[in-house]
Design a protein around this ligand. Structure first.
Ligand code: C2E
Ligand code: MG
Ligand code: MG
Length: 720
């Protein structure tokens, strides 16, 4: 301080006065003049300085000395030395301030930046100064002061954090200066909106307000400006750039001057749509299943998401469990028993949950286990374990009910990195498992998704072709021959589709696609019409009047109460006798739906149409039914023929069926004969007719005609 006083007392001739600068007695450092000395030392509770760029020295007052923690009342060579006192992030502001000083003569300057003390402490200052530049532009003086604004800045930062942290958008409108300011989070809603706006308060937001809501908003704001009300709340909609609309709730308050003129309006805007979403999520997470009281799908998704973001969870799994054929329990035992079964199964699963596993009831007939930290091996053996456990019945009162699950799992992170993706992938695999006969559980693999995509693409192309006048669909015909003479007795109509990639698609795949897309009925009718039309054309052209057209039908066809009438109508349309028609239905599908199909079968038989039981031997093969069913022909599946010369059982089976069938006046057709040896071997067993590649593969109409009617249609029965 002593040194300080001495310095300030030294005489000083200002450059402004054009005089020489005296030299300080203790050093070569020049001193400021008396007036400046006074300015730097007295009366100022702020920080003051005087910079002489000519000598490159900056005099500071005692306040600034102690704030910066320096021992001398000046900073030498501040053009470079000053930077050790400037916060690195604010160097640019500081430089701008200096450049400004140089370029703008005698104008005052205000800038905020941070200073650093020698000990690294930071404080905010607001700088205001006046510069004087020499005419020759080689240097100049700058006098200024710094106000410590650390307290204010901290408060402002805190204030901003509060606003940013809240989901509300804050705004202030100065009605005198017509300036409106919004908090930055307005940009989350409206990326193009201005945060600072000059002009009418409403004009700042009106372009984004849905037209119908503008008047309501205008009314409320005008009431406030006119001083009719001090507080106001209203709701309106904002149109976002992506086209979506969000509901906004606006709460504001006005501030008045002494003459009760509104001078400022301050308020908040809340995004109600976002709040509703939050509420919905909360609701979803609270809903428990009404029967099992387990949390549901909404909660599952939230919990998976939470688990994924838990940094201590490196692996996890979701396991889906679908009760096989649950609706049949409801249908057979009633709703009440169905509910009890669900409770019993949820209890069974809860008792067997892995440690940390959580059970959810996500659809009426499916559960899900969320299992943090699970590994592939654990999941695999858990699903096997559950499969074994379902060998035990669920007891409902005195009744033991046997059930089983189709199960699938998706592992985190390998099978998905979001709740939606994990659940969707587990569902893809479950869908696949449910269709498989022998597999009961599997973990998702990417090929499951590929297969599903291919299936969906195929179904898309199939339905597109169907709608496009059934483009590419056609019937192939395979000959049927008399077993004894080898002469042609008929043809089976078999569906084919020439896909857009010129691939000939087989009927099983086509039918699966048609069933999945709901077009099977439509196609059945078309197939029936094609077969009947073709046969009647051949008959008209002179083919043997006994010629039989075999058309495949499904149990679903026979379940339609009016199916038999539609067959008779079609026969009438093409003037074909029912004697020339055989409808083939597979043994398995017929047996499963026998009671519903029986009426149509009887009507068809009574009307003269013959029925063949297709693929016999692969299903129930109930000999008892054979007698009762209105069936004319039994077609023994080709599986029994393949090894017929060596397999004694197959030989005995065919022999027994032929004997039995003949005893009840049914005829027998053997399918799948590929070699002459097979035909000869079976002929001795007295089968009635044969079908198989040896006699002819399925071919298109033109090929069939050129092969089997090559000598004209009126040739009697061609021998194959
Ligand atoms: P299916 O009614 O038993 O028809 C006989 C199937 O066996 C045909 O297969 C035929 O190509 C094949 N086949 C015939 N002889 C031999 C042989 O010697 N060796 C071998 N390996 N196979 C032989 P395709 O055409 O693939 O038809 C498969 C099944 O699809 C049919 O079995 C039938 O159940 C169904 N299907 C075909 N077309 C239609 C249709 O238009 N409507 C309905 N509902 N089902 C159809
Ligand atoms: Mg058939
Ligand atoms: Mg068959």
């Amino acid at each position: 301080m002593e040194e300080n006083l001495t310095l300030h007392e030294a005489s000083f001739v200002s450059r402004i006065d054009g005089d020489e600068i005296p030299v300080h007695p203790d050093s070569i450092i020049p001193s400021p003049n008396h007036l400046l000395s006074q300015f730097l030392e007295d009366g100022l509770c702020e920080y003051a300085f005087y910079y002489d760029s000519n000598k490159d020295i900056c005099y500071v007052n005692s306040n600034l000395m102690s704030a910066l923690g320096i021992a001398k009342p000046y900073i030498e060579k501040p053009a470079t030395g000053i930077y050790e006192f400037i916060h690195p992030d604010d160097v640019r502001i500081f430089d701008q301030a200096f450049a400004w000083v140089k370029n703008k003569d005698r104008e005052s300057l205000r800038r905020d930046f941070r200073l650093l003390t020698e000990k690294g402490k930071v404080f905010w200052v607001q700088f205001a100064g006046i510069s004087e530049i020499h005419i020759e532009g080689s240097g100049g003086n700058l006098v200024g002061h710094l106000i410590d604004i650390t307290h204010r800045v901290r408060w402002e930062i805190q204030h901003k954090n509060i606003i940013d942290g809240s989901s509300a958008i804050v705004f202030f409108a100065d009605l005198k200066t017509h300036e409106t300011r919004y908090s930055e989070n307005l940009r989350q809603l409206l990326p193009d909106a201005k945060l600072e706006f000059e002009g009418d308060l409403l004009a700042s937001i009106f372009p984004f307000v849905v037209f119908e809501d503008r008047q309501r908003l205008r009314d409320s704001v005008e009431q406030m400006i006119e001083g009719k009300t001090g507080k106001y709340s209203t709701e309106f909609r904002l149109q976002r750039p992506d086209g979506s609309r969000v509901w906004i709730s606006c709460r504001c308050k006005s501030f008045f001057d002494a003459s009760r003129q509104a001078k400022m309006i301050a308020g908040n805007l809340f995004n109600l749509s976002e709040m509703n979403q939050i509420r919905e999520n909360v609701d979803k997470s609270c809903i428990l299943h009404e029967i099992t009281e387990l949390p549901g799908r909404g909660r599952l998704l939230l919990d998976i998401e939470k688990m994924i973001h838990n940094r201590y969870v490196m692996s996890a799994a979701i396991v889906l469990l679908d009760i096989k054929g649950f609706h049949t329990y409801n249908d057979r035992f009633g709703r009440k028993t169905g509910d009890e079964l669900l409770k019993g199964l949820s209890q069974m699963l809860s008792d067997r949950l892995p440690a940390e596993g959580i059970l959810f009831h996500i659809h009426i007939d499916s559960f899900c286990i969320l299992w943090p930290h699970a590994t592939r091996l654990q999941v695999q053996s858990f699903m096997e374990f559950l499969q074994q456990e379902t060998a035990n019945p669920v007891m409902i009162g005195q009744d033991a009910i046997y059930t089983s699950f189709s199960m699938s799992a998706a592992l985190f992170p390998s099978c998905g990195s979001s709740a939606d993706e994990l659940l969707a992938n587990a569902e893809i695999t479950l869908h696949k498992i449910k269709k498989e006969k022998w597999t009961k559980h599997a973990i998702y693999v990417p090929s499951d998704k590929r297969e599903l995509k291919e299936k969906l693409d195929f179904e898309f192309q199939l339905t597109k072709a169907l709608r496009n006048k059934r483009e590419g669909f056609q019937m192939y015909y395979q000959p049927l021959v008399d077993a004894a003479s080898g002469s042609l007795i008929g043809a089976e109509a078999l569906l084919r589709w020439l896909s857009h990639e010129n691939e000939i698609i087989k009927p099983e795949k086509i039918i699966a696609g048609l069933e999945a897309t709901g077009y099977m009925d439509d196609m059945s009718e078309w197939v029936l019409e094609q077969g009947i039309r073709q046969c009647s054309e051949w008959l008209d052209a002179g083919v043997d009047p006994q010629f039989l057209i075999h058309i495949n039908i499904t149990a679903e066809d026979l379940m339609r109460p009016t199916y038999s009438e539609s067959v008779f109508r079609m026969l009438k349309k093409y003037s074909m006798s029912p004697d020339n028609l055989i409808l083939e239905i597979t043994e398995t599908s017929l047996m499963r739906n026998i009671s519903i199909c029986r009426q149509n079968l009887i009507r068809l038989r009574n009307g003269g149409v013959k029925i063949a039981l297709d693929d016999f031997g692969t299903g129930y093969s109930s000999l008892n039914y054979l007698r009762e069913l209105p069936v004319n022909v039994i077609k023994i599946d080709r599986a029994f023929i393949e090894d017929i010369q060596r397999d004694r059982f197959n030989h005995s089976f065919i022999s027994a069926i032929i004997l039995l069938a003949h005893s009840i006046s049914r005829s027998v057709c053997i399918e799948g004969i590929e070699e002459i040896g097979q035909a000869d071997f079976i002929r001795d067993l007295k089968a009635d007719s044969f079908q198989g590649f040896y006699f002819g593969k399925p071919v298109s109409t033109s090929v069939f005609e050129s092969k089997y009617f090559k000598n004209g249609y009126k040739q009697g029965r061609p021998s194959i």
